[in-house]
Design a protein around this ligand. Sequence first.
Ligand SMILES: *Cc1c(COP(=O)(O)O)cnc(C)c1O
Length: 423
Amino acid sequence: MEYINYGEFVYKNDELYCEDIPVSQIIRNVGTPAYIYSKKYITRKYLSFSDAFKEVDHKIFYAVKSNSNLSILKIFAGLGSYFDANSIGEIERVERAGVSPSRIGFSGVGKTEEEIEFALSNEILVFKSESEEEIILIDQIAGRLNKKALVSVRVNPDVDPHTHPYISTGLAENKFGINAADSLDVFRRCSRLKNVILDGIDMHIGSQINNPEPFVEAVSKLSEIFFTLKGEEINLKHVDVGGGFGIKYKTEIPLNIIATANKLIPLFKKLDCEIYFEPGRFLTANSGILVSKVLYSKKNMNKHFIIVDAAMNDLIRPSLYDAYHYIQPLMVLNGKKDIYANIVGPVCESGDFFAKERVFPLMSRNDLIAIMSAGSYGMVMSSNYNARLRPAEVLVDNHSFSIIRSRETIRHMLYDEEELLKG
Ligand SMILES: *Cc1c(COP(=O)(O)O)cnc(C)c1O
């Protein structure tokens, strides 16, 4: 068993710390399962991204869907970030974190009329649209509200990001965006709409992309469209590269953001317009862990099972995408024998697992484990399946920590069912 440091999660004196606090100390206060995030890590990653692209005029729209806790959003707000939201709910979250709607971009493949009206009334910065019908609807609603809507069009550049099929979004067969070939006519027709101002061209080719090439290829394709439109007096003000910047889960060499920037900056300089980015995972995944407690160990036939108190409802990525999360004990366990372990939760599904046949020490009841890289697509994808209560969330800042979302109670889980049952 190898003990690995991730960002601000570092082993000191044989135990895992987050910044300057032993994780076990936090857990004594908040219990398990719990998500723990590092403020310092988020800050550092944001600044490293922004710094890599400092030669070009750019805006970073943090992808809210990757971690939408209000206290996390507030960190980004403090850094001057913009926000990429996907629903009314995400727009509400960003606003309630104290952010002006003029810093919000509204993405998504299917925005409802209600959402479009809400976004226009709130005066968000820009719509990122994925179909001509939606742009026409935005024009109509904007006309009714006597407003002008800034719109960018998401084009599908048909680039293979070499990532998992479920998180690859820029291939011709995906539901996302408008085919590159069709997009010119969509821009031409939409440029005649009265209440829509075409502001940019947009892409998002997938997630967890660990080399610069797919970005370079896709930006080159977008550039061709950009210049063709420019030749027809359709002058776009920005090019949006989307998100998908990869991170280290374990063995992969993570995307080198400086090398990526060095390859993209010459393309951006030719475009001579503002560049937008929408990173999510890159900024938050390794800012967080999910801590869980060992309930039991057992052996069925030849298989060792370590049953922990977190489950697929708390972190669904292994079940949903077969995603790899490194898992390690909070305390370095010297002298314990390593086994091939299946680390599983208590939910009544075979798909409820965090790791299969993983080299792991044979653990005892109440030992604590950390599931790494859980700061993105963790808590935001959690559910109440099996009527389980969602975990607490904690934010660490140097020597101190604060609960940023309390563990759910039976009251949250039931919502209004009891009242409705009574009639
Ligand atoms: C999911 C998503 C992102 C963020 O993706 P990451 O892989 O977390 O960087 C950005 N933009 C759009 C449109 C998305 O759907």
